[in-house]
Each structure stands twice: as structure tokens, then as C-alpha cells.
Design a protein around this ligand. Structure first.
Ligand code: N01
Length: 536
């Protein structure tokens, strides 16, 4: 209920939390329609994920020409990506360029962490408190990232370690001296698999502490030659159109036939072609690969044969082959010579399934089978994904109910965008949206455009608030669960389901129905006057 009292003017129209790809575009877009915006960013510069993740080998696994903003044709045409898969430094300089080119920095407060965001039900405004200031806003938009809260496991004795410890997600800006040192890497997800080959080039010895093996395919990174660049730029509009209609936000389709409907020779050739091309799209070689167990087994067998072929020591090869999940149901990793790295004399695979980590002491890591003396210990142990960055902020909606408590059994939203009981609050690329299953940059643009149009609609209609209705949230959660249950994804214990965080409810968090499908649903909701939302 909105009271009749005239509220004090809010400080700004919109507070945006986070200045990564999503937050920057939100600032640009909201400002363009005349709204006043303030962005808070905990880091000292723009970039989000690409500001923090500076570990050796950090690189995007979506093609650079696709993992970039589409909102400005001029920007698209003037920026020259140098590699098919951009490295972290190149992406960070791109994001910095965007911030400068569109004069975004003046509305961003850096080195500022948002602590609380509380709704005033009388005014329908949000009071947002950071470690620097408190502001009020008509709308609060969380662009806090899906993989932004690093997780370091609570291993007994960690604080005793006399060497250096680093998390890949908080890598020092000046880099880490690895030359001639004994380095331990805990974790073999995307971050570990990307960094281990480079760490092994520098370190005296690398101990890879592997709990679960992951599937990895060659990244297939190459320089972008001038002809390719010209061709991409000439056809950008079509490329973006196809991306928006696609399942994953990139302009590619799976093979036209299902795995087992494809003759064996042709099937193998298709896998081989994808393997040679490299990249995460291997997991979508055939359309049924993460749906049909038989199809999945074919893809697995292909990759497992590759691992056995590359790794010389067959005992090590067997340990590097995952035993616990269908291929592609955890984010498939991409690498540059990961498996070959295990042929080096200075690399040791420590299989924690045989002997788990027991503790850490001043000199290194102790497993139940022995000790590993180290100078540097790298945690490539991942993130409290999708909800972690929201949980860190005390977000309170109607009745002062905390979002964290509301989501105690798993995140519940309508379209991933809105939550009942939290009017005028929006989440960008959060749980309930395609998010991490699609191109995050196009995902952020699609969400921000939807929110911006929604805010314009509210102003045009003299409304003060919009709020997801409980029934719409229930239905959306059910739809997300049904779609996930129709795939093989829920079989795997992964950060998609929160299983990497002790005590987190096991819920498949992203919307798995495809980027294009999701975009159409969001557009239909808006066209129908924000069906499923209550507009006040
Ligand atoms: O994190 P992860 P990540 N003892 O959670 C292990 C994106 N990304 O940072 O599986 C021992 O995948 C854990 O073992 P287990 C991408 O979406 C993209 O690597 O829990 N080990 C696992 O091996 C990716 O999926 C890019 O048994 C422990 C690892 O740590 C996501 O970010 C690059 C442990 C964590 O793997 C996250 O990737 C990097 C413990 N106590 C990241 N706790 C690209 O674009 C955890 N582990 C290429």
C-alpha cells in the first residue's frame, strides 16, 4: 500500500550495485532515458569478474566478438579484438574503454561496498547504505555478478601456512612470483584448468590437488586475422540476431540431427570437428547431448579417448577422466594444453579421492597419505555462485523480510528479474534467468533493456512501483525446475546447484530453456502490461 504522505525526494532514481558488464550498461541505459543513477563498486575500477580474476591464463570461453556489447554499432565497429578468445587484460581494457567512451565513471563510486538495501514500504523507495554513504532511490538494481563471491574452503590449519596463499578470483594486481617455487593448486574447475599449464611453465614443481576431475576441451584460441575481423564487422547485425535467438547467446547451432540418428562415422567426424575447432560448444555438438544419456555417453567416450591419447601415463589419464557426471552437465572447461601438462616432470597429480586433504601446516598441505611442502598455495576453488553476492548484502523488502531468509530453501524469482515482497528491486543475470548458461554480456543487455523499458512504462503510467506476484514466482520456479529436470544437468553436483557450498540448498539455479526462448518470454510479459507483476 502506498500512503498519501509526500516522500522526501530520493537521492537518485536508480542505485545500481556493481560496475561489471551489467552495471556499466545499466548506467548507460538508464542515464540515456533521463534517470539519475549511482553505481557502487567494491573494486577500484570497472570490470567486475574481469577486474578480480587476474590469475595466469585467465581468458573468456565465449568468443570475444560475441562476448562484447552490442548496444553501440560505433563501439562494435571501432574496437578490434586481437584473439578469438580474449584474455583477461584485453577484456579489462575493453571495459575501461567503454567506461571512458561513454563517460560512465562520474556516476560510479569505486572502493565502495554496499552493505544494506532496505525498502521503505510507505514510500516504495530503497535506502542503500554503503561503507561510504547512504542514499535513497526509487529503484534498486543488483548487477552483482553470478561468480563474484570467491569460496576458500575451511581447511584446518590454513592460517598456519608460512608461504603465500592466493585465490584465483582475487589474484594480486602485481602478479605472483612463481619462478623456481613449489606451487600447490587446489581445484580443477575452469580456473584451475586454465591456470595450471601456465603455472607449470614457471614453477619449479606444481602439485595439482584434484578432488573431482572435470572434462576439458582445447580452447582453440587463435589470433583474429584482418579478413575475419572485417567479415565479422560487416555482418555484426546478423551475428547478434542469431545470438539473441540462440540457446546460449552465440550465433551457433547444434548438428542438425540427434546423436544416435547420425551414422557412426559422421558422428565421430562431427565430434572431431568440434574438438579441433575447440571451445565450450563441444558440449552442444549434438542437440540431445545433455538430454539423452546414450548421446552423452558417446560424447564422453570421444573425450575420454582423447585424454588417454594425450596423457602418457595411463594411470594418471584414468584419474583425469571424470567418473561422476555426464559431460557438459558441469560447465565444460576449456584449456591450452592442460592434459599435456601432466606429461611434464615437474607436475604431480594428487588425487584427493584416494587421500583427502587433512590439514595445512606452516610448510604445506597434508593429505591422509602424505605431505606436500609448498611455497605458494593457489585456491582455484570457485565461488558461492549466483546467490553469494546477494547474500552478502542485507537486502530487506516488505515487512523487513531479508532476501537471504526468503531464499533459505533456494532462490525464488519471477523471470530472475523480480521477487515478490521486494518491489522496485531488480536482479540482473541472477538465478531464474539463463545467466551463466548463456553469453553473459548479451544476457546483461537483455535484462537491462527490459528493466529500462519497465521503468519508462512506470513513469509514463504514473506508477510508483512494480512487484512480482507470488503466483507468478511459484509458476516460474516450477517451470525452471521442470525444464532442468528434463535434462541431465541435475545429476551433476555443481555450482549450478549450489552443491559446492556447505549447507546451500540443492536447487538448479539458472533457467535452462535457452536464451532466445527466455528473451521471448520476457518480451511477451512486457507487451502484456507486465503480466505476473503488480504495478502500483
Ligand atoms: O570454480 P569451480 P572455477 N578440496 O567451482 C575444487 C567460470 N569460469 O573458478 O568439484 C579440494 O568450477 C572443486 O572440486 P569438486 C565458469 O563458468 C570461466 O574453476 O567440488 N578441492 C573444483 O575442482 C566456471 O564453471 C572461465 O570436487 C576443492 C574446484 O575446486 C566457473 O567460473 C574461467 C575444495 C572449483 O571449481 C567457476 O570456475 C574461470 C576442497 N575443499 C571460471 N573445494 C572461462 O571463461 C573446492 N574444490 C574459461
Amino acid at each position: 500500500m502506498v500512503t498519501t504522505r509526500t516522500p522526501a525526494e530520493p537521492t537518485v532514481d536508480v542505485v545500481v550495485v556493481g560496475a561489471g558488464f551489467a552495471g556499466l550498461y545499466a548506467l548507460y541505459r538508464f542515464r540515456a532515458q533521463g534517470l539519475s543513477v549511482r553505481v557502487y563498486e567494491a573494486g577500484s575500477d570497472v570490470g567486475g569478474t574481469w577486474y578480480w580474476n587476474r590469475y595466469p591464463g585467465a581468458r573468456c570461453d565465449v568468443e570475444s566478438v560475441d562476448y562484447s556489447y552490442s548496444f553501440s554499432e560505433d563501439l562494435q565497429q571501432e574496437w578490434d579484438w586481437t584473439e578469438k578468445y580474449a584474455s583477461q587484460p584485453e577484456i579489462l581494457s575493453y571495459v575501461r574503454h567503454v567506461a571512458d567512451r561513454f563517460d560512465l565513471r562520474r556516476d560510479i563510486r569505486f572502493d565502495t561496498r554496499v552493505l544494506t538495501a532496505h525498502l521503505d514500504e510507505d514510500t516504495m523507495r530503497w535506502t542503500v547504505e554503503s561503507d561510504r554513504e547512504t542514499v535513497t532511490a526509487r529503484y534498486c538494481v543488483f548487477a552483482t555478478g553470478a561468480l563474484s563471491t570467491a569460496m576458500t574452503p575451511n581447511i584446518p590449519g590454513l592460517e598456519l601456512f608460512a608461504g603465500e596463499t592466493h585465490h584465483t578470483g582475487h589474484w594480486p594486481h602485481g602478479g605472483v612470483e612463481l619462478e623456481g617455487r613449489r606451487v600447490g593448486v587446489i581445484g580443477t574447475g575452469s580456473s584451475g584448468i586454465q591456470s595450471i599449464p601456465i603455472v607449470a611453465e614457471q614453477a619449479d614443481h606444481v602439485f595439482v590437488f584434484q578432488r573431482s576431475a572435470n572434462y576439458s576441451v582445447p580452447a582453440g584460441n587463435t589470433a583474429i586475422d584482418p579478413e575475419t575481423r572485417t567479415r565479422v564487422k560487416a555482418t555484426y547485425a546478423e551475428r547478434r540476431r542469431l545470438s539473441r535467438e540462440s540457446g546460449g547467446g552465440s550465433p551457433y547451432n547444434a548438428y542438425p540431427t540427434k546423436t544416435m540418428d547420425t551414422p557412426p562415422d559422421e558422428r565421430r567426424a562431427a565430434f572431431e570437428a568440434r574438438w579441433q575447432l575447440g571451445g565450450v560448444l563441444f558440449s552442444k555438438t549434438f542437440p540431445d547431448q545433455t538430454i539423452d544419456p546414450v548421446a552423452n555417453d558417446e560424447a564422453k567416450a570421444f573425450v575420454e579417448a582423447k585424454i588417454r591419447e594425450i596423457v602418457e601415463n595411463q594411470e594418471v589419464a584414468e584419474r583425469l577422466i571424470p567418473k561422476d557426471h555426464p559431460i557438459g552437465t558441469k560447465r565444460i572447461c576449456t584449456d591450452s594444453d592442460y592434459y599435456r601438462t601432466f606429461n611434464k616432470d615437474n607436475v604431480t597429480l594428487v588425487d584427493l579421492r584416494d587421500a583427502p586433504i587433512d590439514s595445512i601446516d606452516a610448510n604445506g598441505v597434508l593429505t591422509t597419505a602424505g605431505r606436500y611442502d609448498l611455497d605458494v598455495l593457489i585456491f582455484a576453488t570457485g565461488f558461492d555462485a549466483m546467490t553469494g553476492s546477494l547474500d552478502r548484502i542485507d537486502i530487506r523488502g516488505r515487512g523487513a523480510v531479508a532476501l537471504k531468509n526468503r531464499w533459505a530453501d533456494g532462490p525464488r524469482s519471477y523471470l530472475g528479474l523480480g521477487v515478490d515482497g521486494f518491489p522496485n528491486m531488480f536482479i540482473v543475470t541472477g538465478p531464474g534467468s539463463p545467466s551463466v548458461l548463456a553469453n553473459m554480456v548479451l544476457g546483461a543487455e537483455q535484462h537491462v533493456d527490459w528493466i529500462a523499458d519497465c521503468l519508462a512504462y512506470l513513469d509514463e503510467h504514473g506508477c510508483v512501483a512494480i512487484e512480482a506476484m507470488p503466483r507468478a514466482v511459484d509458476d516460474w520456479v516450477a517451470e525452471c525446475n521442470e525444464r532442468a529436470a528434463a535434462t541431465l544437468f541435475p545429476i551433476a553436483n555443481s555450482w549450478y546447484l549450489g552443491t559446492n557450498i556447505p549447507g546451500k540448498p540443492r536447487v538448479f539455479m539458472p533457467f535452462i530453456g535457452g536464451f532466445g526462448v527466455y528473451g521471448s518470454i520476457c518480451a511477451e510479459v512486457a507487451t502484456a502490461g507486465y503480466k505476473g507483476f503488480r504495478v502500483i
